[in-house]
Design a protein around this ligand. Structure first.
Ligand SMILES: NC(=O)c1ccc[n+]([C@@H]2O[C@H](COP(=O)([O-])OP(=O)(O)OC[C@H]3O[C@@H](n4cnc5c(N)ncnc54)[C@H](OP(=O)(O)O)[C@@H]3O)[C@@H](O)[C@H]2O)c1
Length: 277
């Protein structure tokens, strides 16, 4: 029998995780989700046959593992609801919420709460995600195994020694799929500009991205060496790489990822000291 997992919030990330878990055979009777409206809940029920409820407390009451999958702005309200029903030493809380640290959650739920902060990315829906996990000291080895097995079933898992690394992880792999999609859009549009059909350009872009990632996974070379393999001196690829580098491609990516991280760094203070509306 699988552990009972309750999702508080039924948006994009909860849906992606539920899809991944169901695709790997997780028992649908052990998956619950709550959300204030039926908007996403009905879709989840119809597609994955999970249990749904508009009452967070009803989901929290029966969960062994409770996954917080709401936006940061909605977390305080959710924690206020949950604190009367959570048994701190029993229920495992997994927060997916970007930018909200453990201290904030434990202040609301109790210091002894078993807490894991998890940072997955949306490819979990295809069981190809990468999830970074940080856990507090109330999590015992058995809990750790349960948590790891949930995220391993939808992709790879890395463990963080320090909670403070999470915002950088969020900026890299949490947000990362969007960067790759943008690059793929640019490549597809370039193909069309060169006279290829939209369908052909789309297919070439997609398979090139997929094949390159697979090749990098299987290779012992670093990204620079792999780039050089495709871009011998004097060839067309080298010219393209030089064009990207002289347009400050590498520093631009750094600026983009830094700006994502600084956004995540700001979230906590906005919850503690909300901006006037
Ligand atoms: N999306 C990503 O790629 C990604 C990656 C890593 C981490 N995360 C984190 O995952 C969390 C969820 O992100 P998301 O992209 O899934 O957001 P989302 O699509 O906006 O989903 C949020 C969900 O929370 C529900 N909700 C709002 N208030 C609630 C309440 N009081 N009680 C219960 N549910 C409530 C919303 O319901 P309604 O739709 O009915 O308002 C919606 O179903 C965020 O904290 C984010 O930082 C997301």
């Amino acid at each position: 029998m699988d552990k009972k997992i309750g999702f508080i919030g039924a948006g994009k990330m909860a849906t992606a995780l539920i899809a991944g878990l169901r695709k790997t055979g997780y028992d649908s009777s052990c998956l619950w989700a709550s959300s204030p409206t039926h908007k996403h809940l009905e879709t989840l029920k119809n597609q994955w046959d999970i249990q749904i409820n508009t009452d967070n407390m009803a989901v929290a009451a029966q969960a062994d593992i409770l996954i917080l999958a709401v936006k940061p702005k909605d977390l305080t309200g959710v924690l206020n609801q949950l604190k009367s029903i959570i048994q701190p030493k029993k229920t495992i809380i997994i927060s997916l919420v970007a930018g909200i640290n453990a201290a904030f959650i434990l202040d609301n739920l109790g210091k002894e709460t078993k807490l894991c902060r998890a940072m997955p990315n949306l490819p979990v829906q295809s069981c190809k995600g990468i999830t970074a996990l940080w856990m507090n000291t109330s999590i015992c080895p058995t809990d750790k195994t349960w948590i790891e097995s949930i995220f391993q079933s939808v992709g790879d898992v890395v463990f963080l020694e320090q909670e403070k690394e999470i915002n950088a992880v969020t900026a890299l792999s949490g947000s990362g799929p969007a960067y790759f999609f943008l690059f793929m859009q640019a490549l597809e549009e370039a193909g069309i500009a060169l006279g290829l059909s939209a369908d052909l350009s789309h297919a070439l872009t997609l398979k090139t991205a997929f094949g390159s990632a697979q090749m990098a996974i299987e290779s012992s070379s670093d990204f620079n060496q792999l780039c050089l393999e495709v871009a011998p001196q004097g060839g067309g690829t080298e010219q393209a790489i030089q064009a990207l580098k002289s347009a400050a491609f590498m520093p631009l990516i750094l600026t983009a990822v830094q700006s994502a991280k600084s956004r995540y760094d700001d979230i906590l203070s906005e919850q503690q000291f909300p901006l006037p509306s």
